[in-house]
Design a protein around this ligand. Structure first.
Ligand code: HEM
Length: 195
């Protein structure tokens, strides 16, 4: 009798697990928002994986890497031309720092999944995980309305970019004067990167 009860209890548990799994699937499929997020993820994944394939036919060489950009600061307007279309160099700003992301053209080039950030201040989009135009501002964005979680997310992105890409300079606020970088500072920045 006890064995029968245990078997019945186990069968019941399995049914609950199965219905929970089914419930999760149903929840994803039945909500338009979840479905569109799933669609977005699959689309981004497809674009990233497609970008892994060589863009040029075998035998043709990639263009040589661009020379390292000298340290300098940028206004939003000065950043705009570096979108990988008119100029092959791609710059983007993250949390007040301008990075040269040209070597990740598969992400930020015109055909890349994150091309919307090229030549722009990507901070708000990265902080809120938003790839829509509404996360881009034409005027300087002081980001003061971001909540604590979004600010932390943004700082994480900033660290990742600092580790991975050349930090060219800072994004200037309206009316802010650009820094005059000496050759010594340029050298220090390079040495810090090597350490
Ligand atoms: C929801 C579905 C998403 C999926 C499946 C996805 C997937 C990925 C993967 C696999 C990578 C790494 C590619 C590699 O290193 O080779 C990546 C990189 C990246 N993702 Fe996403 N992502 C998604 C959404 C987003 C969103 C919403 C944002 C920002 C608004 C975002 C921003 C980025 C950025 C900026 C990178 C490149 C970072 C770098 O330069 O190293 N992703 N994503």
């Amino acid at each position: 009798m006890a064995r029968e009860e245990a078997a019945a209890a186990m069968a019941g548990e399995e049914a609950v697990v199965a219905s929970e799994g089914g419930g999760l699937l149903m929840e994803i499929v039945s909500s338009p928002l979840n479905l569109s997020l799933l669609g977005l993820c699959l689309f981004l994944l497809y674009q990233i994986l497609r970008g892994e394939r060589p863009a040029v036919p075998a035998g043709e060489e990639d263009p040589p890497p661009l020379p390292k950009m000298k340290r300098r600061d940028f206004t939003l307007a000065e950043l705009r031309p570096y979108d990988g279309r008119n100029d092959p160099r791609i710059l983007m700003a993250v949390n007040g720092k301008v990075f040269d992301v040209t070597r990740a053209r598969k992400f930020y080039g015109p055909e890349g999944p994150y091309g919307i950030f090229a030549g722009r201040d990507a901070s708000r989009g990265l902080a809120t995980f938003c790839l829509d135009k509404e996360a881009l501002r034409d005027d300087y964005d002081d980001l003061s309305d971001l909540n604590a979680t979004q600010q932390e997310t943004l700082r994480d992105w900033e660290s990742q970019f600092t580790f991975k890409y050349h930090h060219v300079g800072k994004l200037l606020k309206d009316g802010e004067e650009p820094t005059v970088y000496s050759d010594e500072e340029e050298k220090d920045a390079q040495d810090a990167k090597k350490d």
